[in-house]
Design a binder for this molecule. Structure first.
Ligand SMILES: OC[C@H]1O[C@H](O)[C@H](O)[C@@H]1O
Length: 302
């Protein structure tokens, strides 16, 4: 695994939020009230998580996002800056508060309700200002907590300059033919395929997207199709208790490994190892590893 070529240039276009995490003994059923042991507050949002994830792994990262003109927005901004991310294109809107994710965490599983707030005010005009960064980037990262028009506009800009794009298709939404065709890589949850592609025949979808579509399940197994084979890769651990943000962490690791010229197999392995690290630590962003924390010895091929 090579991670030592020139610093990769990555542009992340996506959401920033604050995560309010409620630790409960079990998940409430409809019409039920459960008590939380505590509430904790973390920086989050799929876009910001990927910006921090790739920056901590040594990439030079520019982030295009939108926060509210509130204390939370100022905190998010300061945090991203402290992570060494280029925040020139983190916009501020007075139309809505900074996004918030309400996370219930019980029995090693999470349910998440996102109030996107300012994230829905990320516009094509704001993204247009990233044109020269996108032109020069090794890779553009996208997720789906911003308007689909923003996602499609970014893909169009990347296409203009032949810049590669990775889409983490979460939360699930239908991807247009343009996005599906142009994206070099799509990461998706196994339970979301019908929504994203309008088809849930895993084998079929994978075979149509060799070395492009990476399907992740709850047990940290990534499945993809390469050559004439289905490949499965897992890195599990009994202490994997903070499962929030594992997809963002996978995407960050995959992206950085890819930009350093590694094989797809090695990118999957590194991404999986990064996703394990975040599941061992608290906070989908705070728990992300730095390059020096990474070693690949816990990996298992199944
Ligand atoms: O992918 C994890 C993220 O999704 C939700 O949007 C939360 O903000 C959390 O940080």
């Amino acid at each position: 695994m090579n991670l030592s070529t020139e610093k990769p240039k990555i542009v992340v276009v996506g959401s920033s939020s604050l995560d309010l995490v409620f630790a409960t003994e079990r998940h409430p059923k409809p019409n039920e009230t459960v008590m939380a042991e505590k509430t904790e507050r973390f920086f989050g949002g799929k876009g910001a998580n990927q910006a921090v994830g790739t920056a901590r792994l040594g990439a030079s990262v520019s982030f295009v996002s939108c926060v509210g003109a509130d204390d939370a927005g100022r905190e998010v901004f300061r945090n991203l800056k402290a992570e060494g991310i280029n925040v020139d294109l983190v916009n501020v809107t007075s139309e809505a508060d900074t996004g918030t994710a309400f996370v219930t965490s019980a029995e090693g599983r999470n349910t998440i309700v996102v109030v996107p707030g300012a994230n829905v005010y990320l516009t094509a005009d704001q993204i247009q200002k990233a044109e020269s960064l996108i032109e020069a980037a090794d890779l553009v990262l996208l997720q789906l907590e911003i308007p689909m028009e923003a996602v499609e506009f970014t893909v169009g800009l990347a296409q203009k300059y032949n810049t590669k794009v990775l889409v983490y298709a979460a939360p699930a939404a239908r991807l247009s033919a343009q996005v599906q065709d142009y994206a070099s890589f799509i990461v998706a949850k196994s339970s979301d395929l019908a929504i994203i592609f309008g088809d849930d025949n895993v084998e079929d979808i994978l075979k149509h997207n060799p070395n492009k579509l990476f399907i992740r399940d709850d047990t940290n197994v990534t499945t993809y199709y390469s050559g004439s084979e289905m490949k499965y890769y897992r890195n599990d651990h009994q202490d994997m208790q903070y499962r929030i943000g594992m997809g963002d962490a996978f995407t960050s690791g995959f992206a950085v490994a890819y930009c350093h010229g590694n094989s797809i197999g090695d990118c999957v392995r590194f991404g999986t190892d990064v996703s394990l690290r975040v599941a061992l630590n608290q906070g989908s962003q705070a728990g992300l590893p730095f390059l020096e924390d990474m070693s690949s010895d816990a990996s298992e091929i199944i």
